[in-house]
Design a protein around this ligand. Structure first.
Ligand code: TYD
Length: 149
């Protein structure tokens, strides 16, 4: 079962939301299952994860033209900044049952990683550098024009 647990942004920030995954927990621990087309709203074509992150070294600073992603802090915590070109909001990820869905054409930055942070990302496509927009002004222009390039 998937439920959208809350929308922490005003409606002017599009294509991003927090999904609460069901945890199958018992005295042995917690288990969260992620399934394409089930509690993940796209076919998963790639999974990657980041470790050894530093609180003072932010990452991200890009948007994707087409890619959809879900980020999960499976351990530790970090702070996301999401920006649709009109408004900018932030979200803390600190619960392994919470996935941050990030649609296409959303600028994202990740900050304040805890030392134990393991950030896992599910992606709808294989890695493609051509899908990245790494320049913020270019992103703003494309977003304002309702384009993805
Ligand atoms: P990048 O997405 O720029 O990471 P971040 O935004 O967190 O700083 O990726 C960092 C490097 O890793 C970059 O050279 C591209 C490469 N990379 C892959 O080769 N495959 C992947 O699936 C990802 C996500 C990155």
């Amino acid at each position: 079962m998937v439920s959208i647990c809350f929308r922490w942004w005003t409606p002017d920030v599009l294509s991003a939301e927090t999904i609460e995954f069901q945890s199958i927990g018992d005295s042995r621990g917690e288990l969260v299952a992620l399934e394409s087309g089930g509690n993940v709203p796209f076919a998963i074509r790639r999974v990657y994860y980041m470790t050894g992150l530093s609180p003072d070294i932010p990452r991200g600073f890009h948007a994707h033209r087409k890619l959809e992603q879900i980020a999960v802090c499976v351990a530790g915590s970090c702070r996301f900044i999401l920006d649709d070109g009109r408004a900018r909001k932030q979200a803390w990820l600190r619960n392994p049952r919470h996935g941050l869905y990030i649609g296409n054409m959303i600028w994202r930055e990740m900050h304040d990683f805890s030392r134990d942070c393991v950030l896992m990302v599910l992606a709808s496509e294989l890695y493609d550098e051509a899908d990245y927009i790494r320049d913020y002004d270019t992103f703003r222009s494309l977003a304002a024009a309702g384009m993805s390039g």
